[in-house]
Design a protein around this ligand. Structure first.
Ligand code: AHR
Length: 629
């Protein structure tokens, strides 16, 4: 295959092209937020439960010493957090310590770093609390501290502390424990709530992100962050995502029953997302895409046209909260929470995949339009996206979001999908991924059949072909994001995912699809160039681009071709003699990366221009490559 690009033509690409779809708390799937990117180590910290029903429970807690623990509903910590835990000693006069422990999100990683925590207590106690990080069997104490207390019978007292283990624990079978001396508490029993414990976080943010996962994401060089997905909608009334219940002190955040069968703490809330922009933006250039609830619960009811105005106003309030001056009602609320400077918000999306239960009819006839008109009236420059590409009619200026989950061969068929599409409405491909292997009869996903456990090389190479197709249509397709992004291997609902992990950071594993994202995200041009070739597409698929530093990028994937696969590439007028070839491959089409076992091979080699002015290199079957000249 011989490929040549001209160095002075082409179409501008989108600066945002490769980004992230984040279905994490407050929009949580696969414990991608709680028990994932959100660094909180204490599970079920406010007894919201984990069962996916709004019933409080003591999941992840155990009593310590001669005591029992129970849910108490008569002593709310706050109106948002009505359920607390009572520790009741078997004998109020005993001098031995009693209390509770929390086993974390399937374990707690203990390292020689500073952990920061706090808990609330109610009950008359003049004594000390002992907080500790220890092995689950209690045999090893990694760090321990005494906290003096004079807590009162009729009010909640907050105690803060740090713990600094001097060594790492050998595994994550560890617990965080709080104990006290019952004989020094009036009646022996005490109430507890909102126990939190954080390791150092990404960029040392208070209430921040887990470092190893955040760093993996950063390394992909994503440009935007879409948050949405089914969890935006909620399974039924009243469990839609409510932005105003995810802001402010944790004590004011009720959490909610998530769509994906577990409770969300909303500890990672709207402001934390925007901080993602503030803290990551400087490093990663993330542009937020705000998902707005459109009046559909997944299991009904559907909010009618007559009732929708309230929710349209709620969306305006949310946007004002993020972007309004401190003199505005909701800008003032933001300032009161400690964030006087408004954020910049350029993109919003109305709903998520809104064709549920025949919903496309109402979405098209009035729903999208109501949000669109109201938002445009106040924010004329805002890009407003339909969550369904089949919206009809499409208001002038609207953007469209397209999602596709399919099989490898189907992605190859989608290579040309955008080629002849109307250019009137820019597109975000807000979710896409390979989910099942090819089957003999061809066709799309069988949703009743199991999905792939992890991305495979054939699936990831097919995604790369689809992405190359989108890059060639960069005048139309402005943003693309793989989904879902994250998966806790101890508690998930959807496979395959881009990055998987457990409580143990050494399990964190990036998939073959992750490496495709990284390959494309780190080699992004600003102008897509026309390429002349001596062969048509298949088994090779390619696109070429250039950036403002005068670098040229050839992205190329070999989908099920042969290994005898020499490619030559030349850039008209270029005198550069050395290029970097990065290839992603794997031992077999079905190879997957699993914890502590990465099978994909990321290889970087130098390629020298030959006397014909060409860079010649191999792209064997199921290899995805970028040549950077
Ligand atoms: O990414 C998983 C789910 O797939 C999302 O929640 C939803 O938007 C889509 O159907």
């Amino acid at each position: 295959l011989n490929l040549a690009v001209s160095s002075n033509e082409g179409n501008a690409t989108s600066p945002l092209m490769y980004g992230m779809m984040f279905e994490a708390s407050p929009i949580d799937i696969n414990h991608s937020g709680d028990g994932g990117l959100y660094a909180e180590l204490v599970k079920n910290r406010a007894f919201q439960g984990q069962s996916g029903s709004p019933t409080p429970d003591l999941d992840a807690y155990r009593a310590v010493g001669a005591a029992s623990i129970s849910i108490d509903t008569a002593n709310p910590l706050s109106s948002a957090l009505p359920h607390v835990m009572r520790v009741t000693p078997t004998d109020a006069t005993i001098t031995e310590q009693v209390g509770y422990l929390n086993t974390g999100y399937w374990g707690i990683s203990v390292k020689p770093v500073v952990y920061t925590g706090s808990f609330y207590v109610k009950g008359a106690y003049s004594g000390t609390f002992t907080v500790s990080l220890r092995s689950d069997d209690g045999a090893t104490v990694f760090a321990q501290k005494q906290i003096r207390s004079n807590s009162k019978a009729d009010q909640w007292t907050k105690h803060g502390f740090t713990l600094n283990p001097s060594v790492a624990a050998p595994n994550v079978k560890n617990v965080f424990q709080v104990t006290y001396q019952p004989s020094k508490a009036t009646g022996g029993s005490l109430l507890f709530s909102l126990t939190t414990l954080f390791p150092p976080t990404y960029h040392n943010r208070n209430n921040g992100l887990r470092v190893d996962i955040a760093q993996k994401l950063e390394a992909m060089k994503p440009r935007f962050l879409r948050w949405g997905g089914n969890n935006l909608e909620g399974n039924y009334l009243p469990y839609r995502w409510k932005w105003n219940e995810t802001i402010g002190p944790l004590i004011n955040r009720p959490g909610r029953q998530g769509t994906w069968s577990y409770e969300n703490t909303d500890g990672l809330g709207l402001i934390e997302y925007m901080q993602v922009r503030r803290t990551w933006c400087d490093d990663m250039g993330l542009e937020p895409v705000l998902g707005i609830w459109a009046g559909f619960y997944l299991g009904g009811p559907v909010i009618s046209q007559a009732e929708l105005g309230v929710y349209v106003q709620d969306a305006l309030n949310e946007i004002e909260f993020l972007t309004g001056p401190v003199t505005s009602t909701y800008g003032a609320l933001r300032a009161k929470l400690g964030y006087p400077n408004p954020w910049k918000l350029n993109y919003v999306e109305i709903g998520n995949e809104d064709d549920l239960g025949g919903g496309l009819a109402s979405y098209s006839s009035y729903r999208f339009q109501m949000f669109f008109d109201a938002i445009k009236a106040t924010y004329p420059d805002m890009k407003i996206m339909s969550s369904n590409i089949r919206l009809s009619p499409i208001p002038k200026g609207a953007w469209l979001d397209y999602h596709v989950y399919t099989r490898p061969d189907e992605f190859i068929k989608l290579f040309n999908f955008f080629d002849n599409m109307d250019r009137g409405h820019p597109i975000m491909v807000g979710e896409y991924a390979y989910v099942q292997d090819n089957w003999p009869q061809g066709g799309g996903v069988d949703w009743a059949a199991p999905k792939a456990q992890f991305p495979t090389m054939i699936g990831s190479a097919a995604e790369a072909v689809f992405m190359i197709g989108m890059e060639r249509n960069a005048d139309l397709v402005k943003m693309v994001a793989y989904a879902p992004l994250l998966q806790n291997l101890d508690g998930y609902q959807w496979t395959p995912d881009l990055v998987s992990y457990t409580a143990d950071p050494t399990d964190t594993v990036a998939s073959a699809s992750y490496y495709v994202q990284k390959l494309f995200g780190t080699n992004h041009g600003i102008v897509v160039l026309p390429v002349t070739s001596d062969e048509g597409f298949g088994p090779f698929y390619w696109s070429a681009s250039t950036n403002d530093a005068g670098k040229y990028f050839l992205k190329i994937a070999n989908y099920n071709g042969t290994d005898n696969s020499s490619v030559s590439f030349s850039v008209a007028g270029s005198t550069v003699t050395s290029a970097k070839l990065t290839t992603l491959s794997a031992p077999s089409p079905w190879s997957s990366n699993t914890p502590r076992s990465e099978t994909t091979v990321w290889k970087e080699t130098a390629v020298t221009r030959n006397s014909d002015g060409k860079f010649v290199f191999d792209v064997p079957s199921l290899t995805v490559a970028v040549l950077a000249v």
